[in-house]
Design a protein around this ligand. Structure first.
Ligand SMILES: [Zn+2]
Length: 346
């Protein structure tokens, strides 16, 4: 009976319609039709794909709809065929810990994603042993921010050398987030040493793909200013709008470049610099910089135009000003700007 249980859990019987397809008629044993059933479990992603949107925000996390569904499909294929069997064993273990079905599927998906990363970035074949190692490490710190059903454990247990080698950058950084600065620095150094020449590329990939600004900021602490290869990678990250402010801050902090000046006449540059200040010193530093520019009415007028700037950090900057600016007039202008931005993107 285990096979039936496993398959029904993987793809539960569905009812209703996906566009003009009657879900009850789909055959879960067929990989393509299974994919449609998985889509039906994600109506919000279906809509994004129809509109050709590459990224959507769900519960505060930015995800690629297509990538998310691909992860689900790979996990479903593994579970359907029970190959490797460790995937279903892990699912049962996580269910026994009290996690919900969809959360468990996402955890398994994160292990698949980690393995895919190695395959696509290092050109190495799928490594069963490494994959099982990642499965065994679940839930790890997965529960935080994903689900209330997570366990209470907050301190990270010490890891062995082998675990450190297998650990993807995100897992290492989540551990470091719980440590004091000195222990975090030591752990990052050990992780760098364990990952050798691949460390910088893995960190860069993480910085580009994580939806978590806190972890992204922390990831930059793992680059080594004494290593020219690290510096080169950070310079590349400066060219990517998603990681630019963090890279600019890093290069300035380590004396490679100067922080750019605040140029009111060029709104696009203005957002960039405020984003740098936000990454650098938090919302207060953004508010201080604005305050230094002139009377509150002028600041408010400027923020009123800012929402039109197409930059991934525009919303963050407006949020920061709305939260931290001591002037009600300026904070309100920022809130209004954010509202216009959100409405415009809808
Ligand atoms: Zn999902």
């Amino acid at each position: 009976m285990d096979e039936l249980d496993r398959r029904q859990w993987t793809v539960p019987p569905a009812q209703g319609w996906l566009q003009d397809i009657d879900l009850a008629l789909l055959d879960p044993a067929d990989a393509d039709e299974r994919g449609l059933l998985i889509q039906a479990e994600h109506p919000e992603l279906r809509q994004a794909i129809d509109q050709d949107v590459d990224e959507i925000e769900i519960g505060g996390a930015t995800i690629s709809p297509r990538l998310h569904l691909s992860m689900h499909e790979i996990v479903a294929n593994q579970l359907w065929d029970d190959e490797p069997p460790e995937t279903w064993q892990t699912a049962r273990r996580l269910l026994a810990l009290g996690y919900e079905r969809h959360d468990v599927l996402h955890m398994l998906g994160s292990a698949v994603a980690g393995e895919l990363w190695h395959v696509t970035h290092e050109g190495v074949p799928f490594d069963h042993e490494r994959f099982v190692g990642t499965l065994d490490a679940l839930p790890g710190s997965w529960g935080e921010g994903h689900s209330e059903s997570a366990g209470e454990e907050t301190t990270s247990p010490p890891v062995t050398e082998a675990e450190l080698v297998a650990m993807p950058p995100g897992a290492m950084l989540e551990r470091c987030a719980d440590l004091d600065a000195e222990s975090a620095a030591a752990e990052m150094q050990a992780w760098r040493a364990a990952h050798g020449g691949a460390a910088d590329a893995e960190l860069a990939w993480f910085c580009r793909s994580t939806p978590d600004p806190g972890l992204r900021m922390l990831a930059f602490a793992a680059f080594d200013p004494g290593d020219p290869a690290s510096v080169e990678v950070v310079r590349e990250l400066r060219e990517d709008p998603r990681t630019r402010p963090y890279a600019v801050v890093w290069l300035a902090e380590h004396g490679f470049e100067k922080l750019p000046a605040l140029d009111v006449a060029a709104p696009a540059m203005f957002v960039e610099v405020l984003a740098v200040l936000l990454a650098h010193g938090g919302p207060e530093e953004v508010a201080d910089a604005l305050d230094a520019l002139g009377p509150v009415e002028e600041q408010a007028a400027m923020l009123g135009r800012l929402w039109r700037v197409d930059n991934p950090y525009t919303a963050d900057v407006l949020d920061a000003v709305a939260a931290a600016h001591p002037s009600k007039v300026v904070a309100k202008a920022a809130r209004k700007g954010k509202f216009k931005l959100v409405s415009a993107r809808r």
